[in-house]
Design a protein around this ligand. Structure first.
Ligand code: C2E
Ligand code: MG
Ligand code: MG
Ligand code: MG
Length: 288
């Protein structure tokens, strides 16, 4: 099992699939130490306006450099944490790091909202809105400096508790984004009843719009619906000029993907943002 990780090109470690295997339990112990031990870092990927080319925000994506196994992707360790008591601690760490980074940008004149992924289970934690409120105040940040991304799974499970946390977040003014849209079980209609301000269309549809008319139609109808609800549409996994132009033509608001920029370490994305902060907005056009 090999995968590319940014520019490092290291081999990825995949723990045993068995839930209670010794490998997984060891890895969970490693993760607990990694949170305090400085092995976890956030990388940041730009989100770009498809009409203007302007940076609309960045998404914080967690990276774990394990001392023995090398880079372990979040798709391996986040689900592991989700099944354990560690998720709360992991989310608290990510929020703290993202707030610190957002504050450094914000107070340095770069007003770029930072999106943080949380687990659907985190919305069962009634302490989350207060943690955010206290953190925002401590860093002197407005609530719009941060956004939470959560998958459609919030629509399943214990909705009463979840709704309460969602309501508290709305009162606080922290926007909510519905991640990986299209992969879950929610019908488009249910979107209406969710207090989200943004819908991220899953990369699996976006990537194929240039080749498949079915996928083109699906993405087009999601974009239309999202707009009709007054929400912002974001396309994930934009890898080519062709796809970006089609999305712009559909009226999709924002694009995210390797075409615009990979997830980058803090220093690198800061330079990337500074370089673009002074540049005129140009509207999405391929380089010829
Ligand atoms: P996501 O939130 O949907 O994040 C988008 C994923 O797409 C990221 O994978 C990103 O690196 C990848 N990506 C970006 N551009 C492209 C592209 O052009 N093509 C393709 N094929 N992929 C692209 P990553 O970083 O491996 O993260 C995977 C998932 O792990 C995330 O999906 C999110 O659900 C979860 N995750 C990452 N960081 C965190 C975190 O701090 N907390 C929680 N709870 N989950 C996280
Ligand atoms: Mg996300
Ligand atoms: Mg996603
Ligand atoms: Mg995803």
């Amino acid at each position: 099992y090999l995968a590319k990780e940014g520019r490092t090109g290291v081999e990825l470690y995949q723990p045993d699939k068995d839930r209670n295997s010794p490998e997984r339990l060891t890895l969970l112990g490693d993760l607990r130490r990694a949170i305090d031990g400085g092995e976890l870092r956030l990388h940041y990927q730009p989100e770009v306006g498809l009409d203007s080319g302007a940076v609309r925000g960045v998404e914080a994506l967690l990276r774990w450099r394990h001392p023995v196994h090398g880079m372990i992707p979040p798709s391996e360790f986040v689900p592991l944490a989700e099944q354990s008591y560690l998720m709360r601690q992991l989310t608290a760490y990510v929020i703290e790091e993202a707030l610190a980074q957002a504050a450094s940008w914000w107070h340095g004149g770069l007003r770029v909202p930072v999106s943080v992924n949380i687990s659907a289970r985190d919305l069962l934690d009634s302490a989350l809105p207060e943690q955010l409120e206290v953190g925002l105040a401590r860093y002197g940040l407005p609530p719009a400096a941060i956004q939470l991304e959560v998958t459609e799974r919030i629509l399943t499970g214990d909705q009463a508790y979840t709704q309460e946390t969602i309501k508290a977040l709305a009162t606080l003014g922290v926007p909510l984004s519905l991640d990986d849209f299209g992969t879950g079980y929610s019908s488009l209609i249910r979107l209406q009843r969710l207090a989200v301000s943004e819908v991220k269309i899953d990369a699996s549809f976006v990537r194929r719009i240039a080749e498949s008319e079915d996928d083109d139609r699906i993405v087009r109808s999601i974009v239309d619906l999202v707009r009709s609800l007054g929400l912002r549409s974001v396309a994930e996994g934009v890898e080519s000029d062709d796809v970006a132009m089609r999305l712009a033509e559909m009226g999709c608001d924002v694009g995210q993907g390797w075409l615009f920029g990979e997830p980058m370490p803090a220093a690198e994305i800061t330079a990337w943002l500074r370089e673009r902060a002074g540049a005129p907005e140009y509207g999405y056009q391929p380089e010829v």
